[in-house]
Design a protein around this ligand. Structure first.
Ligand code: ADP
Ligand code: MG
Length: 346
C-alpha cells in the first residue's frame, strides 16, 4: 500500500450521503475509494446516511475517543453540517481538537476538497475523488491541516452563530446555487447551466452595503463584532452600491472549475470578498472567465482581503447561501477563528 508504516489505532467514521451529486456517491465510493482504503489497511466504519438529521445526530453523539475522525463522502453541504454539529456540541472545543474531518468529493459542489488538494499540490480535476482518498490515507497524525472557520451572525442568531468553512454568498452566485438544485441530476454542470441562463436573461442588480476590516497587518485579529444596531468601527471600509454578487470566501475554490483566489492558505484567517459589479455582458463574461482561473482583470471584479465583514442587502428578496446551503436573507456579518478544525489530509 501507499503507507505501509502507518497503523491507525481507531477506525474513522465514514458518513456517505447517497443523495449527493447526481446520486452516485455509493458507486463512486466502491469503485474509487474503497480500493485505496483497503490497500492502505485504513480502518473505517461506513454509514450510508438516511437524512440530514441522521448526519447531525451521528456527528453530535459520536464519543470523542471512539474514532480517529469523521470522513464525509458528499459535497460541501455535508462538510458544513458536520463542522456545525461538532461546534454545537457541549464539548465543542475537545470535539474539534480530537475529531478531525476528512472529505471525499461526491457532491455537485466540491469546492472544499478542491481548495485543499490544490493547496497540497494534488489538484487533478479529472481524478479528484482518487486524489482525495490518497490524501486521506497519506495523512499523518502530526501533519493534519488546520482549517479556518468563519463565525457568521445574523440579527437573530447572535447567541448561536452559524459556522462557515467555504463561503457566504449573495446575488448571482447564491441565486445560481439555490435555483440549480432542481437540476442536480446534471452534477456539477448544474451551476454552468444556470449561469448561462441568467447571463442571457440579464443579470439582476442587487443594492447593498458591504463593510469590512481590510487585512492590513496593522489590524488586530477580531474575535467579536458589534451588534447590527451599532455602526461598524471607523477602521472599517464601507461600500454602498450595486452589485451582481458578493462571495465572502474562506477557500480558494468556489467550485472545481472556479478559483478566484490564488494566494490561499487554509489557516490564514482571512475572508476574500469576491465582488462583481454591474457591467456589460462582454465585460462580465471576460471578467468571470478570468476570475474562474485566478486572473483578475478590469474593474468589474475584485477580491478584497478582509479580517471581518458585514453585508447588508438593500434590495429586498433573494437568496443567501452559506457553504452552498440556504440561510435566511438579510444582514449578515462574519469573523474568523483561525485553524479551528483539523483536516485528515497530507
Ligand atoms: P451536493 O454538492 O451534491 O449538494 P451536499 O453535501 O451539499 O452535496 O448535500 C448535502 C445535502 O444533502 C444536505 O443538505 C442534506 O439535506 C441532503 N440530503 C439528502 N438526503 C440525504 C441523506 N440521505 N443523508 C445526508 N444528507 C442528505
Ligand atoms: Mg449542496
Amino acid at each position: 500500500g501507499p503507507c505501509p508504516s502507518v497503523t491507525w489505532p481507531k477506525p474513522c467514521l465514514i458518513l456517505l450521503n447517497p443523495r449527493s451529486g447526481s446520486g452516485k456517491a455509493y458507486d463512486l465510493f466502491l469503485r474509487h475509494v474503497n480500493p485505496i482504503l483497503a490497500d492502505a489497511d485504513f480502518p473505517y466504519q461506513l454509514v450510508v446516511t438516511r437524512s440530514l438529521d441522521h448526519v447531525r445526530e451521528l456527528s453530535t453523539s459520536v464519543p470523542i475517543d471512539s474514532v480517529s475522525g469523521i470522513v464525509i463522502v458528499s459535497g460541501d453541504g455535508l462538510v458544513y453540517e458536520v463542522v456545525n454539529s461538532l461546534l454545537n456540541r457541549p464539548d465543542a472545543e475537545a470535539a474539534v481538537r480530537s475529531i478531525p474531518i476528512g472529505v471525499v468529493p461526491a457532491g455537485s459542489g466540491n469546492a472544499v476538497v478542491s481548495s485543499l488538494l490544490n493547496y497540497l499540490g494534488e489538484f487533478h480535476p479529472d481524478n479528484l475523488i482518487q486524489h482525495a482518498a490518497l490524501s486521506l490515507v497519506k495523512h499523518r497524525p502530526d501533519s493534519l491541516i488546520n482549517l479556518d472557520v468563519g463565525v457568521i451572525q445574523t440579527p437573530t442568531n447572535t447567541d448561536r452563530p452559524l459556522h462557515c468553512v467555504l463561503s457566504v454568498t449573495w446575488g448571482l452566485i447564491a441565486d445560481v446555487d439555490a435555483e440549480s438544485e432542481r437540476f442536480r441530476i446534471l452534477g456539477g454542470a448544474r451551476f454552468g447551466l444556470l449561469l448561462t441562463k441568467k447571463c442571457l436573461a440579464g443579470i439582476k442588480r442587487y443594492r447593498g452595503r458591504l463593510s469590512y476590516l481590510p487585512a492590513d497587518p496593522a489590524n488586530q485579529l477580531i474575535d467579536s463584532l458589534p451588534n447590527f444596531d451599532q455602526p461598524v468601527p471607523t477602521s472599517w471600509t464601507v461600500l454602498e452600491r450595486d452589485f451582481y454578487t458578493i462571495g465572502a470566501l474562506l477557500m480558494s475554490h468556489l467550485a472545481e472549475d472556479f478559483f478566484p483566489v490564488t494566494d490561499w492558505q487554509p489557516d490564514d484567517g482571512l475572508w476574500r470578498l469576491f465582488c462583481v459589479y454591474p457591467c456589460s455582458r462582454s465585460q462580465f463574461l471576460r471578467g468571470f472567465t478570468g476570475a474562474a482561473k485566478g486572473r483578475l482583470e478590469g474593474d468589474s471584479i475584485e477580491v478584497i482581503r478582509a479580517r471581518a465583514f458585514r453585508l447588508e442587502p438593500l434590495t429586498p428578496g433573494g437568496h443567501m447561501m452559506i457553504d452552498g446551503e440556504p440561510m435566511s436573507y438579510g444582514p449578515v456579518q462574519g469573523w474568523v477563528m483561525p485553524g479551528k478544525v483539523r483536516v485528515l489530509m497530507s
